[in-house]
Design a protein around this ligand. Structure first.
Ligand code: HEC
Ligand code: HEC
Ligand code: HEC
Ligand code: HEC
Ligand code: HEC
Ligand code: HEC
Ligand code: HEC
Length: 391
């Protein structure tokens, strides 16, 4: 996975990322993911139900987690009514889409495509967006996915799917409805949004699938762990997350959230919108992450810094800026051995606003810039890039 876009010079990448919002920008790589074989292994992994027999508390937390709900069948009662019975004319292409229910199935018709199309899956928990997709066999009989051009956003509105804005200009057939992905790319989409895909080559197997990012997708060796726990063994056969180095740890999350080693060094600069969506890439550049080893904090504080310092992956991320400010203050203080305090604002102020702000990527969506830094110094530090005007 080291060299990604060998033929695309950085300037074009920049242009693409900034102006077109292509699916490439959204999903980064078109190359197969290394972990696709894992979600297609012969042996079906342990189901969540089994983990929950012994880990009731975590399971209760996890029941509403965006990770678990990031892929759902199109007849899911929690989602179907967000679309059914609604009509929208996209301002981007002037076409009208009508979603309707027929025998518990969701269909969409478009005034410039001859047939209605059945929706099979919903991608996205709805915290940021829900995108409907349909599956078709291609000429070789392998599943390919149509990602629909209309998505649902938390404001309750339907609107153009992030990343498909460019399709609005296309005149040809199916592109009125959305973008078709190759079989390999279809596996990638499901690979990041499922825990198991079944191992029938060419197919996305609904009957075997474990939809959503569930326990075994992050905690490997589930079956061995259960055997060991049942026998009361000392070694519970789990890799503990906090035994990984901070970089390994964020890279494990980065299997899906994207890793910095998937980008070329010259793609990593403050003006790249890729980074805004790819939290581990931004975090890996932050002085707070890079210099965590330099701190000498008292014994009751930890200087370890990775995704789990701020997020519990079993739950929705906190929306309370105060929670995050407390994380900053763990390391940043006047006390000896700590990282410096802010020379600009009081330590009571809202750190995120200036050092880790949300950035809008679409009418209906923003992501948090995980590259913690003094943004006012970007021009000085990256003179080789034409950085956009900063406030
Ligand atoms: C038969 C009971 C049992 C089952 C089933 C079980 N576990 Fe555990 N698990 C334990 C025990 C006992 C511990 C150690 C005490 C604790 O941390 O709760 C543990 C600990 C853990 C830990 C914490 C390790 C650490 O960092 O300290 C994780 C993670 C975990 N289990 C995940 C899972 C997952 C995922 C599944 C399903 C694949 C699962 N467990 C199924 C009994 C079980
Ligand atoms: C198998 C792929 C995968 C892995 C591994 C993974 N994630 Fe995610 N993560 C996702 C997907 C997909 C979503 C989008 C959920 C949705 O639809 O809202 C997500 C969403 C999130 C969110 C946003 C939740 C919110 O409230 O907005 C956070 C935070 C997050 N992940 C943190 C982590 C952390 C931390 C790790 C590592 C411990 C991790 N993820 C590992 C796929 C993954
Ligand atoms: C490399 C792993 C990966 C691949 C491949 C991938 N996703 Fe995701 N997807 C994520 C992660 C991580 C998130 C949560 C963070 C984010 O939004 O980037 C996410 C979020 C989403 C969301 C929720 C809205 C949002 O923006 O947070 C939708 C919808 C979605 N993906 C659809 C798709 C579709 C459709 C495909 C294939 C065309 C796809 N994804 C391919 C990892 C992936
Ligand atoms: C997106 C990745 C991800 C998913 C999905 C996930 N976990 Fe975890 N889990 C983690 C990480 C990372 C930690 C370590 C947290 C820390 O270091 O603070 C953890 C910690 C744990 C622990 C020990 C600490 C605790 O909170 O008790 C248990 C037990 C556990 N997970 C069980 C489960 C079970 C059961 C499921 C499914 C219902 C699950 N996990 C799903 C990433 C995940
Ligand atoms: C210093 C704290 C901090 C760390 C460390 C951190 N995040 Fe976040 N993260 C945030 C904040 C703040 C938000 C925005 C929460 C809100 O919406 O109010 C956020 C939001 C997110 C979201 C939701 C989409 C978005 O961008 O707003 C995802 C996905 C995410 N983080 C993934 C990760 C991953 C993966 C890691 C590890 C590489 C990580 N985060 C490390 C603070 C952190
Ligand atoms: C695990 C400890 C730790 C945490 C948590 C942490 N930082 Fe840092 N931070 C550091 C260290 C270490 C440095 C480097 C200080 C130095 O260069 O001497 C640093 C540097 C910085 C800088 C200077 C960046 C630059 O461009 O030079 C800023 C700004 C900053 N942190 C803000 C924050 C904010 C805001 C938060 C909370 C969202 C936070 N930090 C959380 C340890 C941490
Ligand atoms: C209104 C915007 C703003 C807020 C809010 C803010 N900072 Fe800053 N911070 C800055 C600017 C600008 C600088 C650079 C000052 C300079 O030019 O030296 C800075 C510098 C820093 C530095 C580098 C040390 C230094 O002063 O040179 C750290 C560390 C830091 N801030 C941490 C924080 C933390 C932690 C918080 C929350 C308690 C916070 N900042 C809140 C704007 C802000």
């Amino acid at each position: 996975m080291s060299r990604k876009y060998p033929f695309i010079p950085p300037l074009i990448i920049l242009l693409l990322a900034c102006f077109s919002g292509t699916a490439w920008y959204l999903y980064g790589s078109h190359q197969p993911n290394l972990f696709v074989p894992k979600v297609r292994a012969t042996e079906q992994p342990v189901k969540m139900k089994q983990c929950c027999e012994c880990h009731e508390k975590v399971c209760q937390q996890f029941a509403g987690a965006p990770h678990l709900r990031t892929l759902r069948k199109a007849n899911d009662p929690d989602v179907i009514d967000k679309f059914a019975g609604r009509k929208i004319t996209l301002k981007e292409n002037g076409r009208t889409y009508h979603f309707y229910k027929d025998h518990d199935e969701l269909w969409v018709s478009c005034d410039s495509y001859p047939n209605p199309v059945r929706i099979d899956w919903f991608f996205g928990s709805g915290l940021h967006a829900i995108t409907p997709v349909s599956l078709f066999p291609n000429e070789a009989g392998k599943s390919e996915l149509l990602q629909h051009i209309v998505s649902w956003y938390p404001s309750g509105k339907l609107g153009i799917t992030l990343g498909l804005q460019e399709l609005a200009h296309s005149k040809s057939g199916i592109q009125a409805l959305g973008e078709v992905s190759s079989h390999a790319n279809t596996l990638n989409c499901f690979g990041c949004h499922t825990s198991y895909l079944g191992n029938v080559p060419g197919e996305i197997q609904t009957s075997q699938m474990i939809a959503g990012v569930s326990c075994v997708r992050c905690h490997l060796n589930g079956a061995e762990h259960i055997r060991a726990a049942e026998r009361g063994e000392k070694d519970l056969k789990l890799v503990k997350w906090n035994q990984l180095s901070p970089l390994e740890s964020i890279n494990r999350c980065g299997e899906c959230h994207r890793r910095s080693d998937q980008l070329e060094p010259d793609e990593i600069h403050p003006d790249s919108e890729l980074l805004i969506r790819f939290a581990p890439v931004g975090l890996s550049q932050s002085p707070c992450f890079l210099k965590q080893g330099d701190l000498k904090l008292p014994a009751d504080k930890s200087s370890r810094f990775d995704c789990t310092t701020c997020h519990n992956p079993h739950q929705q991320a906190s929306r309370d800026p105060e929670v995050y400010r407390r994380v900053c203050l763990n390391c940043h203080s006047d006390l000896k051995g700590h990282a410096p305090v802010c020379s600009k604002e009081s330590m009571e102020s809202q750190c995120l606003q200036c050092h880790m702000p949300p950035v809008e990527v679409h009418d209906n969506l923003s992501f948090t810039d995980h590259w913690i830094r003094i943004r006012e110094r970007d021009r000085q530090r990256f003179p080789e890039f034409q950085l956009k005007q900063q406030k």
